[in-house]
Design a protein around this ligand. Structure first.
Ligand code: HXC
Length: 258
């Protein structure tokens, strides 16, 4: 497929999607979001792909939803179209891991997009924020819900209410990002992590993603039960036999379902 606002390529068993509206700092318009859904769903369906990396430019991961597009909307426009509802839920339904590689600005919808990925690797120049309050609106794509789960209520309130940006170091300290790396190393680091993930058993990797995500949806006892059931089901796979046999034989496992 050919995309107007994305660069889509494969690096071995990794799908790489680069947001590509550089003149608008990758502001997210509806066409871009539709393309993003299509690209991620295509990688999700592609047997040869084991993990996905989503990135932007060195200056901006994404500076938010496109303000020029939103400015004139009425309540009826956004309510009737379920504006940013349906296509964003499709992004969260991707079953393979998605790593956000964030450099520069990740603001508003850009920060929310990074947060709906499975984890965030940040360049040292990354800046995160939910500045919607400055525009007379509020986060509408998960910012008020995912940010407090990621960084505590205090930090989430601070960011959403003041609209200030937090740098990569603060974001790592707060738990929003899993690692911070020099800008020049960002893509290599994210691709290396993705390649490692893609070398494992694909169904097991998807089970892990499902199980970790349950932690945000269920009480602890239910989450633990879900985990145990899925753990038991791993023993029905060839890859459990291979992984454990390889360990005992002191060799590298060759997973069948990669
Ligand atoms: C549309 C945007 C944009 C955005 C930047 N641009 N962000 N266009 N929507 N969100 C455009 C600018 O208008 C400008 O276009 C070009 O990108 C470069 O931006 P500059 O402002 O000139 O760059 P700089 O001075 O470096 O400042 C960078 C910035 C600033 C601090 C990131 O652009 C900024 O504050 N952007 C808005 C951030 C924001 O408020 N995001 C939240 C959006 S609301 P021209 O044509 O002038 O060159 C949101 C809501 C989500 O995301 C939920 C909705 C339901």
């Amino acid at each position: 497929a050919v995309y107007e606002h994305l660069l889509v390529e494969t690096r071995g068993s990794v799908g790489l999607v680069t947001l590509n509206r550089p003149k608008a700092l990758n502001a997210l318009n509806l066409a871009l979001i539709d393309e993003l859904v299509a690209a991620l769903e295509a990688f999700d369906a592609d047997e040869a792909i084991g993990c996905i990396v989503l990135t932007g430019s060195q200056k901006a991961f994404a500076a938010g939803v496109d303000i020029s597009m939103m400015a004139g909307y009425s309540y009826m426009d956004v309510f009737k179209s379920n504006y940013l509802g349906a296509n964003w839920s499709r992004l969260t339904a991707i079953r393979k891991p998605v790593i956000a590689a964030v450099a520069g600005f990740a603001l508003g919808g850009g920060c929310e997009l990074a947060m709906l990925c499975d984890f965030i690797i940040a360049a040292d120049n990354a800046r995160f924020g939910q500045p919607e309050v400055k525009l007379g609106v509020l986060p509408g794509c998960g910012g008020t819900q995912r940010l407090p789960r990621a960084v505590s209520k205090a930090k989430a309130m601070d960011l959403c209410l003041t609209g200030r940006m937090m740098d990569a170091e603060e974001a790592e300290r707060a738990g929003l990002v899993s690692r911070v790396v020099p800008l020049d190393a960002l893509l290599d680091e994210a691709l290396a992590a993705a390649t490692t993930i893609a070398s494992y058993s694909q169904p097991i990797v998807m089970m892990i993603k499902e199980a970790v995500n349950r932690a945000y949806e269920t009480p602890l006892a239910e989450g633990l039960l879900f985990e145990r059931r899925v753990f038991h089901s791993a023993f029905a796979t060839d890859d459990q036999k291979e992984g454990m046999a390889a360990f005992l034989e002191k060799r590298t496992p060759v997973f069948k379902h990669r």
